[in-house]
Design a protein around this ligand. Sequence first.
Ligand SMILES: NC(=O)c1ccc[n+]([C@@H]2O[C@H](COP(=O)([O-])OP(=O)(O)OC[C@H]3O[C@@H](n4cnc5c(N)ncnc54)[C@H](OP(=O)(O)O)[C@@H]3O)[C@@H](O)[C@H]2O)c1
Length: 319
Amino acid sequence: MSLLIIGGTGTLGRQIVLQALTKGYQVRCLVRNFRKASFLKEWGVELVYGDLTVPETIAPCFKGITAVIDASTSRPTDLASLKQVDWDGKLFLIEAAKAANVKRFIFFSAQNVEKFENIPLMKLKYGIEQKLKESKIPYTIFRLTGFYQGLIEQYAIPILENLPIWVTNENRSIAYMDTQDVAKFCLRSIQIPQTINQTFILNGLKSWVSLEIISLCEQLAGQTGKIQPVPLIVLKLIRNFFGFFEWGQKISDRLAFVEILNTENNLDKSTVDVYPLFKINSEEIIQLDDYFLEYFIRLLKRLRDINFEDVQKQKNLII
Ligand SMILES: NC(=O)c1ccc[n+]([C@@H]2O[C@H](COP(=O)([O-])OP(=O)(O)OC[C@H]3O[C@@H](n4cnc5c(N)ncnc54)[C@H](OP(=O)(O)O)[C@@H]3O)[C@@H](O)[C@H]2O)c1
């Protein structure tokens, strides 16, 4: 079976690529920058040039493909607009997948998309879910929670660098997941016919509020975080202000996610009931404490190595 993966250089996409290769799939990645994607080639991936904002580059990538896994989304730093990638690009992708008669289309959406018409990315995700269902392509949609990987930038690094951490005072807990586990569900679904034309909500086993995550990082780092509480109303005002300007749209979208997390939602509910269908045991799921422990151990080892190298360099200079 040959897989076409879009977004292979991304946080989730690279985990899917790695696990797909380990399982012996032939993997092709649609990438827009060969240099950036060179690590995928080293892993054994076939790279093809493609850009979701350049429609004519999409269809040729589908030659000989059995299933497509779309783990792409617009980067906040990109010049292309959210609509160009997460709407127009995805419509071209669905059209090309249909023409290529693929046996499965896996799409990653977000939870509660139907409730947030006012948030552009959520609205587009919901729209693409509908278009995919209408396309008659056998599909599997995963509505995801937040990733552990995002928490490093949000909490661990600011604590290590003594930078402020903004937390809203309306704290809700979220059952985050490791992208390695999301990738596992994704690849299992290809093997399980009962997952065809289904939408699954994926959450981790345990939910966490920001202050618990901060406390965990503080313990592991041996440092205290600089917590800056921000009332949600202030965040909403900032979001509305940025939303007035086209250049501020991406900032506004980012802030919108904080708003989502602080609205009544089901992001704290464990979804263990879907695990058996995927033949996944809850003991296999990576826990947030273990994920952070491994991150800090690796980081501290790296810092020790750098220190050692510096001392050696200084000794050599002195000699
Ligand atoms: N992060 C979360 O917490 C979260 C939560 C819920 C759902 N999701 C969904 O999960 C999926 C994976 O998210 P992620 O955080 O892993 O994404 P990510 O790390 O931001 O990666 C985005 C990927 O999309 C690619 N891409 C962007 N624009 C493109 C274009 N014009 N043409 C082709 N490729 C393009 C990027 O390629 P380059 O490397 O070239 O930029 C990159 O590989 C997305 O559908 C996202 O919406 C994520």
